[in-house]
Design a binder for this molecule. Structure first.
Ligand code: MOS
Length: 759
């Protein structure tokens, strides 16, 4: 059957779940109706380091309606601790008397009502033996662990020490050089939907309703924690109210709520508080970074050295190691990197939208801006001089790289040519005006996946897969792919996601899901078309009897050929044996055949853009931003942003635009607003609420112009699809900070950039 997969995409399509979402019909995990639930409330630690020495539960138990109180003393040996975001050890909660961090779960109170549970949780008295806590960098007692290699499985360039010596030598010899340090703060995702868990047992079978970016991961990891067969666990999360990485890996709470429900013989529902969300889930770690760049007088980089330090918990060595990204951006002949984990008395950090790139690209792209001033060169021209079509680390070609076309289109629309290069030279009334720019990029990842698709004689199709709708538009991209592959209207396709009873799909992280889901859906649809065509050519009553099945197409709800013959699906589908249902699996090129079994086990392999053997696959983009800084108060505004991205085939321009725009807004937030404040003495979170943890509101989100630069990438994957969930935020913090420097002449190397730092 003739079929051009790339013709599937590019038509703006409203979200198919939009009406359900705005009318409240969409069921988020804690909205799922369960019979006669009891309610859980968490008791969390008020110290960051030490041990629990005892509980006084008498006042809590006296609250009417209290049913059970779980502590390490009563149930501590019944659950295995979850693994951290890197698959290694992490902090435990009720499993022992140890307190690893502020806000750690130390008891779960279950009661007849939400109110009783909350009241009783407040009356649990915990005695502790506190020890001096190390909050962050520079605190006594932190342990620094030097990591020379990057993320597991990713290539590093040879021997780090040799590279460092070569970088030192090139740096010493260069006519223009820059040696600077940057810092980024901890940040919390604060998705609107809280970190809820509802557990229901039916005999040996457990159903977990919990917002998750990985249904099969939640299923298998919960089973492992409870010591039961994964076949007995079902995880359901049909819609997720924001995740951004915070709902990507298992936390302790799931197994504890499951145990509570089992002890009680009744469903238990947990809706933790906003404040608890700051300590019971992961967050973006704070970093310190050292960047050294050297260049020739005409701007060609002669060396780059980038070292990072990241705070983690005591037991976890989770790190983002963003030097794996920054070392691939520019054609420096010598590149050396290093990463260190700093263990403190803190919760384990984890993934947060472009985990590696947001902090590390801030440092690199700030440094490039600083270098442009040292060279007296336009910052976009500096990027052009150092652009490359080959990965500077591996030497492999990029599958495609339209970094400079992105800059050119963004700069043109922005009016970059009107920029006076001199800092603090542009002014409008009382406001200092600054223009700044930065590169953006993100690797293209794709994983194995499975799907089940059925096509009815009515021309309606059903697509079922355990993929994830985090607000990204996943229902719609899956529907578009199936509809256009089967020659149907999008409205004729019903999509079921977010349920581990459906065929597995990897974690919705690393911007892989668009590529992952579309490829397997296309494969299943090809099977459907093939079966229809073969049945038709074999049937005497078909107009296509004895035709070559390869000449048939599926379009407009009918089987057709180029001569204008057609047969409706109401005839063609029954011929395949009634209901036409196919199951398909897809393993992307470069992954072993075992990848599917591993996915079913909850441990998906991923083909990562940075560690392929054939090409290096990244999407690229460019941000141009204008800031205004008030000449007296130093209030900072961002009136406009123009960002251009080249990310392969755009599946749905409507939701893609929202993804890019959301990334840009979060970039503004990351640059100017967000920081989790940690008390340096107690190592506790100070601003665990949305009044003090500042996020942007509409007035902070200016005119944002998104340009989608057309890109045809035949090498990234068969459909030419690159993920776009994360690239929008990457580099925005640097673009804004660079614009603030241009406006004021003051360089802020520590995020967030706030008025007080400019006074
Ligand atoms: Mo994203 S931080 O890869 O969920």
């Amino acid at each position: 059957m003739t079929f051009n997969p790339k013709s599937l995409f590019g038509r703006p399509t409203p979200r198919i779940d939009g009406v359900a979402k705005v009318t409240g019909a969409a069921r988020y995990a804690s909205d799922e109706l369960v019979a006669n639930p009891a309610f859980a409330s968490l008791v969390t630690s008020e110290i960051a380091r030490g041990h629990i020495t005892g509980f006084d539960l008498s006042r809590a138990k006296a609250v009417p309606g209290v049913l059970d109180i779980l502590t390490y003393e009563t149930v501590g040996n019944q659950i295995k601790a979850p693994l951290g975001p890197d698959g290694g050890p992490t902090t435990t909660t009720l499993e022992s008397n140890r307190i690893w961090h502020d806000g750690q779960i130390i008891a779960v109170v279950v009661a007849d009502t939400f109110e009783s549970a909350a009241e009783a949780a407040g009356k649990v008295h915990v005695s502790t033996m506190a020890e001096a806590a190390s909050a962050s960098f520079g605190a006594p007692g932190v342990e620094v662990q030097a990591i020379t290699a990057g993320r597991p499985g990713e290539k590093t360039k040879g021997n780090q020490t040799e590279e460092k010596a070569a970088a030192d030598a090139a740096f010493a010899a260069a006519p223009v050089k820059l040696d600077v340090r940057y810092a980024t703060p901890p940040q919390h995702h604060n998705p609107i939907e809280l970190f809820t868990t509802t557990c229901v047992w039916d005999g040996p079978n457990l159903t977990v309703y919990e917002p998750s970016q990985f249904m099969w991961g939640l299923k298998t990891a919960t089973a492992k924690q409870l010591g039961i067969d994964p076949a007995n666990v079902r995880a359901v999360s049909r819609y997720v109210g924001g995740a951004f990485g915070s709902k990507g890996n298992q936390t302790s709470r799931t197994a504890w709520i499951a145990l509570a429900a089992k002890r009680l013989g009744r469903p238990v529902k947990l809706v933790p508080t906003r404040a608890q969300g700051f300590t019971i889930a992961t967050y973006r770690a704070e970093t310190r970074q050292h960047v050294r760049l050297s260049a020739t007088a005409d701007g060609k980089l002669t060396s780059m050295f980038h070292e990072g330090w990241e705070v983690s918990s005591r037991p976890s060595s989770y790190k983002v190691a963003g030097v794996e990204a920054t070392s691939r951006l520019y054609a420096a002949p010598v590149i050396a990197t290093a990463v260190n984990v700093v263990h403190a008395d803190r919760a384990t950090p984890g993934f947060m939208r472009a985990p590696a790139e947001v902090p590390y690209v801030f440092a690199l792209e700030s440094a490039m801006d600083e270098l442009s001033y040292a060279l007296n060169m336009d910052p976009i021209e500096l990027r052009r001089v150092n652009d490359t079509q080959n990965d500077p680390v591996s030497g492999l070609p990029f599958s495609s790289r339209l970094l400079m076309p992105c800059f050119d289109q963004a700069a043109e629309k922005f009016g970059w040519s009107k920029r006076n290069p001199k800092p603090a030279s542009m002014r409008r009334g009382e406001w200092l005006v600054g223009y700044g720019c930065a590169s953006s990029f993100y690797p293209n990842n794709i994983g194995p996946a499975a799907v089940r698709i059925s096509l009815a004689p009515s021309g309606k199709a059903n697509v079922s897969m355990a993929a994830h709708e985090l607000g990204t538009g996943a229902y719609t991209t899956v529907a578009i792919t199936a509809a256009h592959s089967l020659g149907l209207a999008v409205k004729d396709v019903t999509v079921h996601l977010g349920d581990s009873d459906l065929p597995p799909v990897p974690v919705a992280g690393g911007s892989n899901n668009a590529a992952t889901t579309t490829h397997v859906v296309v494969k299943a649809c090809a099977d459907i078309r093939q079966r229809l065509a073969e049945a038709a050519v074999a049937a005497e009553d078909s107009p296509f009897h004895s035709a070559d099945p390869a000449t048939l197409i599926l379009a407009g709800g009918a089987l057709r050929n180029a001569d204008g013959l057609s047969e409706p699906l109401s005839k063609a589908v029954p011929r395949t044996g009634g209901r036409l249902e196919v199951y398909a699996e897809n393993i992307p090129a470069g992954l072993p055949a075992s990848a599917m079994a591993q996915l079913y086990n909850g441990h998906p392999l991923m083909s990562r853009g940075g560690n392929r053997k054939d090409v290096t696959a990244y999407a690229f983009g460019a941000h141009c931003v204008e800031v205004r800084v008030h000449s007296l108060t130093r209030e900072i505004r961002v009136p406009r942003v123009v960002s251009a991205f080249a990310a392969g085939n755009v599946i749905n321009p409507t939701t893609a635009h929202s993804q890019y725009m959301g990334g840009v807004i979060w970039g503004i937030s990351s640059a100017l607003h967000e920081a989790t404040e940690i008390d340096p003495v107690s190592a506790r979170v100070i601003n665990a609420n949305l009044a003090d943890y500042i996020v942007p509101v509409n007035a902070d989100a200016p005119s944002i112009d998104i340009i989608m630069v057309p890109e045809n990438d035949d090498r990234v994957n068969p459909l030419g699809v690159k993920g776009i969930g994360e690239i929008g935020i990457v580099g925005m913090n640097a673009a804004i900070s660079n614009a603030v420097f241009h406006a004021t002449g003051k360089r802020i190397r520590e995020l967030p950039v706030r008025a007080e730092k400019l006074l």
